[in-house]
Design a protein around this ligand. Structure first.
Ligand code: AMP
Ligand code: GLY
Length: 416
């Protein structure tokens, strides 16, 4: 199978590593890729948000399967264009990707499908925002309606900051605050069948102890031993399946990866967000534990044959990833600094490039994702932080409490 992976982040590097390990993959192409994907895949230049260019490249490289990593190409219609060219594609249509592209659309689908989530008001004016903030009370949750790379959300007790964020965004959702530990559950779907992967947890804030602004994600671990038994099945039953069914009923079936972001509240799991693609950095830990061949799984989803896919196999133990970010991230990051230690096995690349002289340099906000597996979560964590200690990047930042015992949900129970 010839596989084309579209994107250039840590998620795409992790996807490429897992695809390269699948004996069914005879050729692996990544476009545009980063310095990490270059070691496992052939690179092609690509403007990933140009659906015509994505489909043309898929045809040119004779791809049997195209895997679209990031949300922006999906929302732009890259999967539609690839499928129109007669090539199997892992990733939803532009219509179905609105589940991520518009938070208001996602809420509408959830309401129609009876999916548990927080109450929300779509607001287009300062007066509407003020009324919604008063209705829900603190902590205030204000979300940009459109794509914002994980940075469009402000959660604050300060009504002034909440109103300022709303004014800066334009159309926003003001939402009820959902209290409880967060869980990311990736569900592979062909539009009918739903196959969940291992649950993972992401650390969204920039600072230790969950302080500072939200980021795209600063680290993750899997699996979640504290999750009550049956939670994954419950989320598939109450969230993923009804959502997939509702989109199919609307004539816009969702094929690809439905990322369910949940809060485990005292009244059960409730959806915080949907994404239409693999999450980053959770993908790094989930795929590190996946033992089943990835290309076969994604191809089954892309071709409507997921019902016949064998049950997934997982490596025992746990995986941890720690993101190393550039100075000033999540603000506008400092770029072009030389990196050493970036080529250690387990170091997954996000914003990196290699100069003609062979020097690895930073080229984005999140730069590397140090990923390790271990027999226990503690061992995986130690190994991930050993990798981080071997990385040098001037001014870089990372959290020191990813998957730390004190940062895991304590005494959590389903019927709390
Ligand atoms: P989102 O982009 O919707 O995932 O939001 C980013 C982060 O903001 C989430 O991972 C949560 O930590 C936080 N957040 C978003 N919505 C809510 C909510 N309704 N209640 C509590 N926290 C939230
Ligand atoms: N880790 C959060 C995301 O991928 O959106």
């Amino acid at each position: 199978m010839r596989v084309l992976v579209v994107g250039s982040g840590a998620r795409e590097h992790a996807l490429c590593l897992a695809l390269a390990a699948d004996p069914a993959v005879t050729a692996l192409i990544c476009a545009p890729g980063n310095a990490g994907t270059a070691s496992v895949a052939e690179h092609r230049p690509l403007n990933a948000t140009d659906p015509v260019a994505v489909a043309a490249l898929a045809t040119e490289v004779a791809a049997d399967l195209v895997v679209i990593g990031p949300e922006a190409p999906l929302v732009a219609g890259a999967a539609d264009a690839v499928r129109a060219a007669g090539i199997a594609c892992f990733g939803p249509s532009a219509q179905a990707a609105r589940l991520e592209g518009s938070k208001a659309f996602a809420k509408d689908v959830m309401a129609a499908a009876g999916v548990p989530t927080g109450r929300a008001r779509v607001c287009g004016s300062a007066a509407e925002v003020e009324a919604a903030l008063a209705e829900f009370g603190p902590p205030y949750v204000v979300k940009d309606d459109g794509l914002a790379a994980g940075k469009g959300v402000v959660v604050t007790d300060d009504p002034r900051l909440a109103a300022e964020h709303a004014a800066a965004c334009g159309r926003v959702l003001v939402e009820e605050y959902l209290d409880g530990p967060e869980v990311s559950l990736f569900c592979v779907t062909d539009g009918v069948s739903v196959l969940p992967l291992l649950p993972a947890q992401d650390f969204k804030r920039i600072g230790d102890g969950d302080t500072g602004p939200n980021t795209g994600g600063m680290g993750a671990y899997a699996p979640l031993d504290w999750l009550p038994p049956g939670t994954v099945e419950q989320v598939v039953r109450e969230v993923a399946r009804p959502t997939v069914d509702e989109l199919r009923r609307r004539g816009t079936p969702f094929t690809g990866l439905l990322y369910v972001g949940l809060a485990m509240t005292s009244t059960g799991p409730r959806v915080i967000e949907f994404n239409a693609r693999f999450g980053d950095p959770e993908t790094q830990v989930v795929l590190a534990l996946l033992d089943s061949p990835l290309a076969g799984l994604l191809h089954a989803a892309a071709t409507g044959t997921l019902a016949g896919h064998p049950p997934l196999r997982w490596h025992p133990g746990a995986a941890v990833t720690v993101v190393v970010a550039a100075a000033n991230y999540p603000g506008s990051p400092r770029l072009d600094d030389p990196i050493s230690g970036g080529d250690q096995p387990g170091v997954i690349h996000a914003g990196t490039r290699r100069d003609a002289d062979g020097v690895l340099r930073s080229a984005g906000g999140r730069v590397l994702s140090a990923t390790a597996v271990g027999a226990t979560l503690a061992e995986a964590r130690e190994a991930a932080y050993r990798l981080v200690a071997g990385i040098e990047l001037a001014g870089s930042q990372h959290r020191s409490d990813i998957a730390a015992p004190g940062r895991l949900p304590a005494g959590f129970s389903a019927d709390a």
